[in-house]
Design a protein around this ligand. Structure first.
Ligand SMILES: Cc1ncc(COP(=O)(O)O)c(C=O)c1O
Length: 379
């Protein structure tokens, strides 16, 4: 079996260092907002080209707290993509605001920036781009629109730590960048974890305050907050792993380019493009390597039978999810997202994936798609 993601291989490669870090944390016994959280916040802020970082309980809370820090709430609208994990809109809903969707770009799977202006209303307070699969959004136009219209920008970087747009790390463009350290992420811990990065001191200070029950001074509370702190033990593990992140991201990129050439000419399969008009601007960190195929369910079953892990991220776009029925969107509202949801298939992608495993994956994809017609709309 070749899994989609193999965390055991990663642990094996760092076992001595990680075990030592966990033992040292246990011995030091400063479990809540201890020295490793503090040090990691500084290291991640530096890594993300940001001045500040605040560790929180998970990526969903990072989004929630960033929106709270910007005082986005009931009656406000937040423009985002329907082709993402539900956490993005969950966070918008948790602050009482309303998600407003624009469709995605066919090539990048990220929000189509040409549609943003058309959905801005007097209630719009924020744009929330999601750097899906590790691919940066087109941040130039997004920031231009936001500045021109006085809107906030919160970047969902859960899948994209280390990705760059015009040489600058994602998360450093908007008012806040939100990271997830869910185990399978490019930088993952041994449970849940997240972080908000920012160049805005006020946003950072508000996240710090809101993550610990809405107080700056112990037992003095100025706002209703959350209990959402990054664990010290997770921070100790993440500090060991962070040192490898650049080389892991490079390995993912190498693997992606190898897949591109192995899958070139495989009938019916569309490989992920760093969109042609953005090709020079983006450094994708391939959290996922996602192809499009016709008859996706059939291809997925054949890959499973051949022992090739594969996943669908995500089969139902958010505008068609029951949880968002009250928003009033319907089938056909966002055709590019709907087509993507029907065609995408993510293949095994992790830094330790070997060339011979990739050859097996590509051969299995070729066999599973044999005789298929090319996908016309995605060409
Ligand atoms: C795009 C996106 N946003 C937000 C999140 C939420 O992160 P977490 O699982 O750490 O809460 C995820 C995690 O899967 C994600 O993929």
């Amino acid at each position: 079996m070749i899994p989609v993601c193999d965390l055991q291989r990663q642990y094996a490669s760092l076992k001595t260092e990680i075990d030592a870090a966990m033992q040292a944390t246990a011995a030091e016994a400063k479990f809540i907002l201890g020295p490793n959280v503090k040090a990691l916040e500084k290291e991640i802020a530096d890594y993300c080209d940001c001045k500040f970082a605040a560790g929180v309980g998970n990526g969903t809370d990072a989004l929630h707290l960033a929106l709270r820090a910007l005082r986005i709430g009931p009656g406000d609208e937040v423009i985002t993509t329907p082709f993402t994990f539900v956490a993005t809109t969950e966070a918008i809903g948790m602050v009482g605001a309303t998600p407003v969707f624009v469709d995605i770009d066919e090539q990048t799977f990220n929000m189509d920036v040409t549609q943003i202006e058309s959905v801005i209303t007097p209630r719009t307070k924020c744009i929330l781009p999601v750097h899906l699969y590790g691919q940066p959004c087109d941040m130039g136009p997004i920031m231009e629109i936001a500045r021109g219209r006085g809107l906030h920008v919160v970047e969902d970087c859960a899948q994209a730590i280390g990705a760059t747009y015009r040489g600058k790390k994602v998360g450093s463009f908007g008012d806040a960048g939100c990271l997830s350290f869910f185990p399978s992420k490019n930088l993952g811990c041994f449970g849940d974890g997240g972080m908000v990065v920012s160049n805005n001191q006020e946003v950072f200070e508000r996240v710090e305050m809101l993550r610990r029950h809405g107080g700056k001074v112990k037992y003095h509370h100025c706002e209703l907050g959350l209990n959402s702190r990054l664990d010290e033990l997770q921070a100790a593990i993440l500090r060991v792993k962070l040192k490898q992140l650049e080389s892991w991201n490079e390995a993912r990129r190498t693997n992606a380019y190898r897949y591109n050439s192995l899958l070139r000419g495989v009938a019916g399969t569309t490989t992920p493009g760093e969109a042609s008009h953005l090709a020079d601007a983006l450094r994708c960190v391939y959290h996922q390597y996602t192809i499009r195929v016709p008859n996706r369910e059939g291809v997925s079953q054949k890959l499973n039978a051949a022992g090739i892990g594969n996943m669908v991220y995500y089969p139902v776009p958010l505008h068609l999810q029951e949880v968002h029925a009250e928003l009033g969107y319907k089938l056909g509202s966002f055709p590019v997202s709907e087509r993507a949801a029907a065609e995408v298939l993510s293949l095994p992608m992790f830094p330790e994936l070997t060339e011979s495993e990739q050859q097996q994956v590509a051969a299995a994809v070729a066999a599973a798609t044999a005789g298929a017609q090319p996908l016309s709309a995605a060409a």
